[in-house]
Design a protein around this ligand. Structure first.
Ligand code: FAD
Length: 428
């Protein structure tokens, strides 16, 4: 039987379902554009839930950043080509405001971007700086700032998270911190996965027995931290119900990826985006993009057969090596979908610094697409590749998001500008 090709016409096609692609779809929706979004959803599940704008300064000395806004402003002096230098501070703030407001309204409440970074716990108990956190993690930043008496509870059988490790790493700086381990009622015989426990805690009866077990190990602590397991779809509700049962404020700490906050985010996107009118083709990669006079044709396929998207504009947000947006060969780095020119070190022996932990980082991490002020990819002669094509996220060159702790910041702010430019193009 011949399978019919499905065809979608849209004003904007977004390629990539990481934070940049998701943010671009949200911004485009707010502008009233029709959107088709496609991509493998793995990348979202890797996020911790923390939305970093700028957490540390790379360069000769890696220094933690308390004021991310000033750090971004200063970039113009020492990293003039960094993608965030193309976005005004007001636009970065608006992008974070819009992004966190949308997600909050969809069921995962977030803190709004403040003037300073928040100090938050990593899965192993080191402290990092970030701009916005899920509401389920907020009490942790406050407890650390106040050095409140705090109990970290972990669970027998849980892999990849240890309360003892957290206390060992941060205890000298947080004297009132201790840890305890409980057996989760009903899951005591088995290996526990955070995702399973999160879904288990969506059931009210399970929360009651869980709270009883937590209360048995609790002392006079003012607050309790746990690995991120407060439900998959209604985390704020699950947390406040547990707080009521246990009697003190609670907070989540992200576990190793893929962690519940990332999976939560991914499931929210898959549930909410189609309801909002976004044409979501999840778990699929675009196989080809061809530009013609008045549109671009994207080809892909899912379990029901081939799909053709006719788009007036395209935003490429395909990420770097892990996500498949860039590919490293023996002596060169290529862009995988359109074979766009990639800014990169002139030869492979310059990809890495002599010292693995070298303070300036590795040149390969700054490889990526070069764009103009409208976030349109440039060819090797610095000319716009196609006026309908825009790019956003960590696929962009001249940034090392891992060292600067600015993954979400680059993704959200550049998506905001790419959508603005695409909308501008469409309006003409
Ligand atoms: C382990 C880990 C922990 C992190 N922790 C944090 C954190 O605490 N705070 C923070 O701010 N950031 C964090 N990040 C970074 C953050 O997740 C990324 O910066 C952000 O997701 C970058 O987004 P992106 O959308 O540009 O790229 P990616 O997230 O890499 O997404 C790219 C997307 O493009 C898709 N794609 C690729 N090729 C195609 C194609 N041909 N067709 C369709 N789709 C395609 C991929 O499947 C993927 O969905 C973390 C990342 C990792 C890996």
């Amino acid at each position: 039987m011949k399978v019919e090709e499905r065809k979608f016409d849209t004003e904007l096609a977004v390629i990539g379902t990481g934070i940049a692609g998701v943010a671009a779809s949200i911004f485009a929706l707010k502008k009233g554009l029709t959107v088709a979004l496609s991509g493998n959803t793995g990348a979202l599940a890797y996020t911790t839930g923390y939305l970093d704008l700028f957490g540390s300064l790379s360069g000769q000395d890696l220094a933690y950043v308390d004021d991310p806004w000033k750090a971004v402003q200063d970039l113009a002096h020492y990293e003039p080509n960094h993608p965030l230098t193309r976005v005004s501070i007001d636009d970065i703030r608006s992008s974070f405001e819009e992004f966190t407001a949308f997600i909050s309204a969809c069921g995962i409440a977030y803190t709004r971007p403040g003037d300073k970074n928040l100090e938050v716990l990593s899965p192993v108990g080191t402290v990092k700086r970030t701009l916005c956190v899920p509401a389920t993690m907020k009490a942790g930043t406050e407890a650390y700032a106040d050095r409140s008496r705090c109990l970290i509870v972990d669970f027998k059988g849980l892999r990849g998270f240890s309360g003892a490790q957290i206390v060992a790493n941060i205890g000298s700086d947080w004297p009132g911190l201790r840890h305890a381990r409980i057996e989760v009622p009903g899951l005591s015989q088995t290996e526990i996965y955070p995702e399973v426990l999160a879904r288990t805690l969506e059931v009210p009866q399970n929360r009651e027995s869980f709270a009883t077990a937590v209360k048995e190990v609790m002392g006079d602590e003012q607050v309790i931290g746990m690995p991120a397991v407060f439900g998959m779809h209604r985390p704020d509700e699950v947390m406040s119900s547990l707080e009521e049962l246990i009697g003190v404020p609670l907070f989540e700490i992200p576990t190793m990826p893929p962690s519940v906050p990332g999976i939560r985010f991914r499931e929210m996107v898959e549930q909410v985006f189609p309801q909002k009118g976004i044409n979501l083709i999840p778990q699929q990669k675009v196989k080809s993009v061809e530009f013609n006079d008045d549109s671009a044709t994207l080809l892909l396929a899912d379990n029901y057969g081939p799909i053709r998207i006719e788009a007036k504009t395209v935003i490429l947000a395909t990420g770097r090596f892990i996500s498949g947006g860039l590919e490293a060969h023996m002596d060169t780095v290529t862009e995988t979908l359109l074979d766009l020119p990639v800014f990169q070190p002139v030869s492979r022996d310059q990809w890495y610094h002599q010292q693995y932990m070298g303070k300036t980082g590795h040149a390969i991490h700054r490889a990526g697409l070069q764009v103009d002020d409208a976030f349109r990819p440039l060819d090797s002669e610095k000319k716009v590749v196609n006026t309908r094509l825009f790019a956003a996220g960590i696929l962009l060159a001249h940034q090392d998001w891992i060292r600067s702790r600015s993954g979400a910041g680059i993704a959200i702010a550049t998506a905001y500008k790419a959508v603005e430019a695409a909308a501008d193009f469409l309006s003409k």
